[in-house]
Ligand binder design. Structure first.
Ligand SMILES: Nc1ncnc2c1ncn2[C@@H]1O[C@H](COP(=O)(O)OP(=O)(O)OP(=O)(O)O)[C@@H](O)[C@H]1O
Ligand SMILES: [Mg+2]
Length: 338
């Protein structure tokens, strides 16, 4: 068996703030195989962004602190690399696209300058070759008249076009791994669909491995092979998209799926909101972090943190962190309704 492309082990990240220590990421472990697309979902504050920022060495320290873990990428622990080595990997072997292109793009530099920089730095291209490649990339992400527009500044592009520029930069050096954090959230639906088509096409053509972070379960369904659901800085459930959508085992995933406007809801057709509030991460709850909001919680959920594991009847690769058997409980509930 070949080693996974990325292996995150026991990653924990905290922020030391005046209000206390925020436990943002708690003992997160997972692997990604080359060519896989992993969708990461979860409510606001669940640790999605912080855990990838930590992997890339982009957590502000202080207040941030990586308390434990390792992140093996192509056999090297990213958490042990120097800033110079990390800079070499960022924008090179690992491309990333973050939510807000207005802050990620440099407003005083032309798009040309910002695209050429990684190409000369990581790919060793001459300026002329890099410019040619940059125009090709803008073309690829669907920016019309790329040869002319490349000389413009970020503010001269619309929001959707700026996001495409960000994606072009993320893809500039044909990364092995592309990490996108809410990359299409700010875009209107048509542009979002175009960008997702583009990513699907790149996966097909270059075999790019993708981590796609989003609030949108619908996007995950259309793009990812596997889904990872995060809550309170932990992975609650993980598995193949079809298996998770068909039979979620975590009550939290089940809640997220029920809140989908067009969700496959077996119990109700109405839009559903998960009641209650996300946990206060300065005082992480004992046990299963979702227990206080979980109608299916058992006493054990309040005292002991469940490990992420496969339980009987689950599809291969599907794992959950739960002490209760959700499919059995749902089946029983449906039985009594009849
Ligand atoms: N610089 C910081 N200082 C203090 N706390 C922080 C800092 N950055 C993030 N956090 C905290 O870490 C936790 C995880 O945040 P994170 O940004 O990873 O959430 P997220 O899942 O990406 O949410 P969203 O969906 O809103 O992007 C949150 O409780 C957040 O308040
Ligand atoms: Mg985020």
């Amino acid at each position: 068996m070949t080693a996974p492309l990325l292996e995150v082990k026991n990653l924990s990240v905290v922020f030391d703030t005046e209000g206390g220590t925020v436990h943002a990421v708690n003992d997160v472990s997972y692997t990604i195989e080359a060519g896989e697309t992993l969708g990461i979902v979860g409510e606001s504050g669940s640790g999605k962004s912080v855990h990838v920022l930590a992997m890339l060495g982009l957590i502000p320290r202080p207040p941030g602190r990586i308390v434990s873990g390792s992140v093996l990428f192509e056999g090297r622990d990213l958490l042990k690399l120097s800033e110079a080595e990390l800079r070499n990997i960022r924008g090179g072997r690992i491309g990333f696209v973050f939510q807000d292109p207005m802050t990620s793009l440099n407003p005083v530099l032309t798009v040309e300058r910002q695209l050429i920089e990684p190409l000369t730095r990581h790919e060793g291209l001459s300026r002329r070759k890099a410019r040619e490649r940059a125009v090709e990339l803008l073309d690829l992400v669907g920016i019309p008249s790329a040869d002319r527009r490349i000389g413009q500044y970020p503010h001269q592009f619309s929001g959707g076009m700026r996001q495409r520029v960000m994606i072009a930069i993320g893809l500039a050096c044909s990364p092995k791994l592309l990490i996108a954090d809410e990359a299409t959230t700010a875009l209107d639906v048509t542009v979002q669909a175009q960008v997702l088509d583009l990513v699907r096409d790149l996966k097909k053509r270059f075999g790019t491995t993708v981590i796609w972070i989003t609030h949108d379960m619908g996007v995950v369904a259309g793009l990812a092979d596997n889904v990872q659901v995060m809550y309170g800085g932990r992975i609650m459930e993980r598995g193949p998209v079809r298996s998770i959508f068909k039979q979620p085992h975590s009550a939290y995933t089940w809640g997220l799926l029920r809140s989908l406007p067009h969700g496959e809801t077996r119990l109700t057709k109405r839009l559903y909101q998960i009641p209650g509030q996300p946990p206060d991460l300065t005082e992480p709850p004992v046990g299963d972090p979702f227990a206080p909001r979980n109608p299916f919680a058992t006493p054990r959920c309040f005292t002991e943190t469940p490990p992420l594991r496969q339980i009987e009847g689950m599809a291969p690769g599907h794992q959950v962190a739960a002490w209760y058997d959700l499919p059995a409980l749902l089946a029983a509930e449906q039985g009594t309704e009849r």
